[in-house]
Design a binder for this molecule. Structure first.
Ligand SMILES: Cc1cc2nc3c(=O)[nH]c(=O)nc-3n(C[C@H](O)[C@H](O)[C@H](O)COP(=O)(O)OP(=O)(O)OC[C@H]3O[C@@H](n4cnc5c(N)ncnc54)[C@H](O)[C@@H]3O)c2cc1C
Length: 473
């Protein structure tokens, strides 16, 4: 497989300029810097591209790919750069293909409850547009204000509402995709069932820009739930908080929209970031539960049932958010955690493990033991309702060497623990460059072989986002 590439010459820059226009080509290193990193915080996850291009339509994307394929130049697709796995970082230089100019909502089809969008629309804009039409887009990563919908599909982003509505891929029913050789592939459409051949939509979804560039998306919308409420329960022990999660799902008969969890390191970090004192800031953990529905009476009854369950599991109190402002007060500390943890430790490694929900309590206890064993402070938070925990290792004042050595050993033990419990390395952030070595160690070898065969079939010159998910020998 091709792993050494040609450089981007002045002639190639001129050809790229003729395709996308001078305002859409960046070669100045100062301006290229912002295309050299994503939200994986360590400096080893940064690399400058040789050029960035910002095509405005599918035809331009296709022509850029024809050129790159002909000249054997690597291309890294980029959404908003909010990824946490160094997926959009161009480690082989070459071209960053930013989708930022393809930011139109093409159609909101109320009769079929579909929205057709370009990949550079922010997730929040998709949510807003659906809401204005009285409908609902259920994808809801915590990065919604900045991440692009194309990036959400390329990573199959999860988020706050996955427990009830599923992850991003469950809302995607059609895609237009530009392949490595520039061919344009059209899949699905405004149809909610299809078995006309392989499910290529779900193959592209979550492929992290390694199989094709997503240029158009058909999203299924839902009727908007009329009522919504949130409760927050503080606990004075982690086991009490976390044991509640699987019980809540199996015993109540209620499917909440979200069940989120944050430990005391997170509570303190959010407090500092928001510059306000949080109620119950000494608690070992907060559990946040959101519900929605179409009957106010039923919603209130369900909230009371879940509040009772919290008390039965020794919650210190139950706070209720039943209007926009109280809901936001409860959610805000949870939403800001990625930024807030960076304030207390500018270097951290945010992990994304996922385990069956019954395994959450023991997994969290095992993580805390690993923290003590390796002397690395860990913040735990996440989408506990779907078993997805963002175990975040904080470098604090450790030396670079102590950090690197301790982190690698700790993560290896953590992943072993996770796989032994029937879990996986990543629930929603993806593999990117950051976790590819770990994936190679833990994934089913036949699955890895199959992934590589697919990659070789679709991108024989290995120019699309090389070095992500796995290396090709
Ligand atoms: C504060 C914060 C909160 C977050 N919360 C969540 C969360 O709740 N759930 C969650 O899942 N993630 C979360 N993330 C991670 C991140 O926001 C998601 O992975 C998101 O989907 C990335 O979108 P993006 O547009 O920023 O993509 P980028 O970071 O630009 O790219 C991500 C990957 O997708 C590829 N890609 C991007 N666009 C395309 C395209 N059009 N075609 C093909 N490939 C493409 C890139 O090559 C790269 O491999 C969070 C991140 C932050 C900083």
């Amino acid at each position: 497989m091709q792993m050494s590439y040609n450089r981007v010459s002045a002639e190639i820059v001129a050809e790229l300029t003729s395709i996308v226009g001078p305002r859409n080509v960046v070669v100045d290193p100062d301006q290229l810097y912002c295309y050299s990193y994503d939200e994986a915080t360590e400096s080893k996850w940064q690399h400058l591209p040789e050029v960035a291009v910002k095509p405005e339509n599918t035809q331009q994307v296709s022509r850029v790919m024809q050129l790159a394929n002909r000249e054997r130049i690597p291309v890294t697709p980029r959404g908003a750069g909010t990824g946490l796995a160094a997926g959009a970082v161009p480690f082989y230089g070459g071209i960053v293909l930013s989708l930022e100019r393809m930011n139109k909502i093409i159609e909101l089809d109320q009769a079929n409850m579909f929205m057709v969008v370009e990949p550079g629309v922010t997730t929040a804009e998709v949510q807003r547009c659906a809401q204005e039409a009285g409908l609902f887009y259920a994808g809801d990563p915590c990065s919604a204000d900045s991440s692009f919908i194309g990036g959400n599909i390329a990573t199959n982003a999860g988020g706050n509402k996955a427990i009830r509505y599923g992850v991003t891929g469950q809302h995607v029913f059609g895609l237009e995709v530009v392949l490595a050789n520039g061919e344009v592939l059209n899949l699905g459409g405004k149809i909610i069932k299809e078995v006309s051949g392989y499910n290529l939509i779900q193959l592209i979804t979550g492929s992290e820009g390694t199989l094709g560039i997503i240029t158009r998306i058909y999203l299924k919308l839902q009727p908007r739930p009329k009522f919504n409420g949130v409760i927050m329960a503080p606990f004075d022990s982690i086991p009490a908080a976390i044991q509640l999660v699987p019980k809540m799902i199996t015993e109540s008969g209620i499917v909440p929209t979200s069940i989120e969890f944050m430990d005391n390191v997170c509570i303190k970090a959010a407090e500092r970031f928001l510059e306000r004192q949080l109620m119950f800031n000494q608690a070992a953990a907060f559990v946040i539960i959101e519900l929605d529905g179409n009957s106010e009476v039923q919603l209130m009854t369900e909230m009371e049932m879940l509040a009772d369950q919290c008390y039965q599991n020794n919650a210190l109190d139950v706070l209720v958010g039943d209007n926009a402002s109280t809901r936001e007060r409860i959610w805000k500390p949870r939403r800001v955690l990625a930024e807030a943890l960076r304030v207390i430790s500018p270097v951290y490694s945010m992990e994304d493990i996922v385990v069956p929900i019954s395994q959450i309590p023991d997994t969290v206890l095992a993580i805390n033991k690993l923290s003590a064993k390796y002397g690395i402070r860990i913040a735990n938070f996440g989408h506990a309702g779907d078993g997805n925990i963002h175990t975040t290792l904080l470098k604090d004042n450790l030396t670079d060497q102590a950090w690197e050595e301790g982190k690698e050993k700790l993560l290896d033990e953590l992943y072993r623990e996770v796989y032994a419990r029937g879990g996986k390395i990543s629930g929603e952030h993806g593999i990117g460059a950051k976790r590819k070595d770990a994936l190679a160690r833990y994934v089913d070898p036949i699955a890895l072989q199959t992934m590589k065969a697919i990659k070789k079939a679709l991108d024989p010159n290995n120019i699309l986002n090389p070095g992500k998910i796995f290396d090709l020998e």
